[in-house]
Design a protein around this ligand. Sequence first.
Ligand code: NAD
Ligand code: USQ
Length: 412
Amino acid sequence: MKIFVLGGDGFCGWATSLHLSSLGHDVVIVDNLSRRRIDAELGIESLTPISSLETRLEAWKELSGNEIRSEKIDIAKDYELLLDLFTKERPDAVVHFAEQRAAPYSMKGSKQKRYTVDNNLNATNNVLCALVESNTDAHLVHLGTMGVYGYGAFGMKIPEGYLKVQIPGNNGDVHEHEILYPASPGSVYHMTKTQDQLLFLFYNRNDRIRITDLHQGIVWGTQTEHTRLDERLINRFDYDGDYGTVLNRFLMQGAIGYPLTVHGTGGQTRAFIHLSDTVRCIQLAIDNPPAREDRVQIFNQMTETYRVRDLAKLVSEVTSAEVEFLPNPRQEADENDLHVANDRFLDLGLEPATLSEGLLEEVTEIARKYQHRCDRSKIECRSYWNQEREATAMPSASSASAASAPDVVSKK
Ligand code: NAD
Ligand code: USQ
């Protein structure tokens, strides 16, 4: 198959591109390298030494014999270039990773809020428009997020995208219906993903675009069997306060002896998946496309749920790091339960990697090995969801608010 990977220079996209190329697919990466530019803007670098996209692609060709082509296009802005590419290449599948994906970055200020909305919504709409205008019958596989649902579900398992409801009619009759699960975004970034869902619903109904939306949990880990073949192929590892996600941050913090930065009580429960399962899920989604008359297919792409403080405990056991409870910079529930249905991928044969098995390897193979590249001044989260959260987090905050927030606490 010919497969476009939009955002193929990023964390999930690079590993996926190699995986699909290794299976013999003709992969074309489309990326504007905006993630590398944001690194420069924030004065940060991946913990791992990532090569330029050109070097990555040359190394892959040398090692595997497979060519991955690349196109530098801003898919949110350069619509004509994107359309030309669809018209010329006519891909069979398009995997869409190309969005600004960090919740803290999207909440830093109005510049970042506006950029995230402009970039993410225009990117998705442009891809859909280009599919329609070029008359390309490609299967669109989009990376969405578990965060579209919010993180609580009234004691039930969060279903895969759709919720069965009963609507009382005027005559006392009851209509059964399935609707998109109610959106409950917790950041501007997550909000763009809830809006993506409506774009998909519309273009699927109106133009019969075949779409699979993968509601993915937090991806942890760094390497796959392909990215670890050669250091020129190494994947990105974000650890900074904006782009680093919780478990990867804890692993790096544990490796350098930095107290693990738990927000609030650490009672937030989230869904997780290892990067190697991410790439397998995308392969499974591509291998199982919807038919033209099907509605948007939604899969929950996650394998385990964990409470943040339990993750900290696990990492602390592996690394002997201390755990520090900090005022939470985010507007989010202190404690939540989370139960998620993920039968669709399991039914297709996914055999998940478990977190307890992979942690030690990740600490030694990546975090300890590259700890000399860590800039400790970039670890703290300095993106506050609102003024109240900022006031609580600042050392000058009133003693009343400071008292309500947990302080430095548990030592192992
Ligand atoms: P990433 O930032 O590492 O990669 C995104 C890539 O898209 C980057 O290479 C960037 O340059 C590119 N890009 C962004 N806007 C673009 C544009 N307008 N035109 C062309 N290229 C553009 O992010 P990631 O962690 O690989 O995430 C990929 C996708 O998966 C995102 O959509 C994200 O929402 C979703 N996701 C990620 C996680 C996670 O834990 N990393 C979890 C759930 C869902
Ligand atoms: N957290 C800490 N300490 C930290 C960092 C985070 O306690 O040092 C907490 C946060 O407050 C939050 C939880 O850990 O409660 C998760 O934060 P995160 O940064 O790991 O994940 P999130 O912001 O939700 O975003 C990530 C990806 C995003 C993806 C999402 C999937 O960046 O692209 O969509 O995970 S999900 O969380 O399932 O919505």
